[in-house]
Write a protein that binds this ligand. Structure first.
Ligand SMILES: Cc1ncc(COP(=O)(O)O)c(C=O)c1O
Length: 355
């Protein structure tokens, strides 16, 4: 399938003139800066936060580019990955007209963002083992020429599994729009990232985040990797200073501590495997789905009741029992060893009131 970015974007987007910030117009770092209506004295915190941050996060992108083996021009940074999800929908889909294809059960924000933007959704269910239904997805692509985006999530939330690589490639090859592969949980997986395929597929976008493996959910920093052409469009339509200075600084520092992140990831994976074994032996648990993420999807006879029981004991998990194909399921994030033991202890003590 041949791909043309200009035919995927809303017609007016290419000609939109972006806001030109003070930092766009003068890029030097030395001088008397009287151009951005900032406070010259400092801030009430005593810290130097009085100056606007780099709107394109050049230093941070250089470090990320090194780590991910891409060019800085192939990176967009946003306020969490939720920002590029929204920007991609706004860039490509004319409200009420163009469509997006979703593959439930999956991460809820794709649907929320599409809803906010009044973009109709075409849903193709995953198979019962949470893989792509390739024939049905190809049929949806053929039947919906107005579909501009497909969101895939691998490892998938809330199911935890990775999608089969060959299936994803088949979809990327067959679709004339953008295929967004959300890899929020990729660090917990032994599967390779799709980032390596960016140069092969101009219609591929890969999302990653600092919120999970890096332990920086509070900072709100998401990454989108794509062709330089598409990234320049996202940069054009984003809010001028969408990633604040503190986030840029702390994320940059964390990239110098790669081994700390790797150690945490290793510990989470080993706790995940232990939790999987322990949960599987509980009489209450019907099934624990294998996971490439930092959570486990666990099927119990009455998800709602077990959820409430855990909440009453101040253990908060996510009730996914109402989601199709996840009936009766709870999504449980892997915690510290102590937290996981308390979870197992609590579930071991559960008594079904109907027995
Ligand atoms: C699949 C997936 N993508 C994206 C996100 C959001 O990431 P961020 O914190 O970067 O907005 C989540 C958060 O749970 C997620 O599960």
């Amino acid at each position: 399938m041949s791909f043309s970015l200009s035919s995927v974007l809303r017609p007016h987007i290419l000609s939109v003139k972006p806001y030109s910030s003070a930092r766009d117009e003068y890029e030097g770092t030395e001088g008397i800066f009287l151009d951005a209506n900032e406070n010259p004295f400092g801030s009430a915190t005593g810290q130097p936060y009085n100056r606007y941050p780099d709107p394109y996060q050049a230093q941070l992108k250089r470090k990320i580019a090194n780590l991910k083996h891409v060019r800085p021009e192939q990176i967009f940074l946003g306020n969490g990955s939720d920002e590029p999800i929204d920007l991609l929908i706004r860039a490509a889909c004319t409200p009420g007209q163009d469509e997006i294809i979703l593959l439930p059960p999956t991460y809820g924000m794709y649907e929320v963002s599409a809803g906010i933007n009044n973009v109709p959704m075409v849903k193709v269910s995953l198979t019962p083992d949470f893989q792509l239904d390739v024939p049905a997805t190809l049929a949806a692509i053929a039947a919906h020429p107005k579909a501009k985006l497909i969101f895939l999530c691998s490892p998938n939330n809330p199911t935890g599994n990775s999608l089969q690589r060959e299936d994803v490639i088949q979809i990327i090859e067959a679709f004339a729009g953008l295929v967004i592969v959300d890899e929020a949980y990729i660090d917990f997986s032994s599967e390779p990232s799709f980032i390596t395929l960016l140069d092969r597929f101009p219609n591929l976008v890969v999302l990653q985040t600092f919120s999970k493996a890096w332990g920086l959910a509070a900072l709100r920093l998401g990454m989108a990797f794509a062709s330089a052409e598409l990234i320049s469009v996202l940069n054009k339509i984003k809010a001028p200073y969408n990633v604040n200075a503190l986030t840029q600084q702390l994320a940059s520092e964390s990239l110098d501590n790669l081994t700390v992140k790797d150690k945490m990831v290793k510990e989470i994976i080993s706790q995940r495997e232990l939790l999987l074994v322990q949960l599987s032996t509980l009489p209450l648990v019907q099934k624990v789905f294998p996971s490439d993420a930092n959570f486990l999807l666990v099927r119990v006879p009455d998800g709602k009741r077990v959820y409430q029981y855990l909440v009453d004991g101040k253990i908060i998990v996510r009730d996914r029992s109402g989601v199709r194909l996840c009936e009766g399921c709870l999504r449980i994030t892997v915690g510290t060893p102590d937290e996981n033991s308390k979870l197992i202890e609590s579930l071991s003590a559960y008594r079904n009131p109907n027995n």
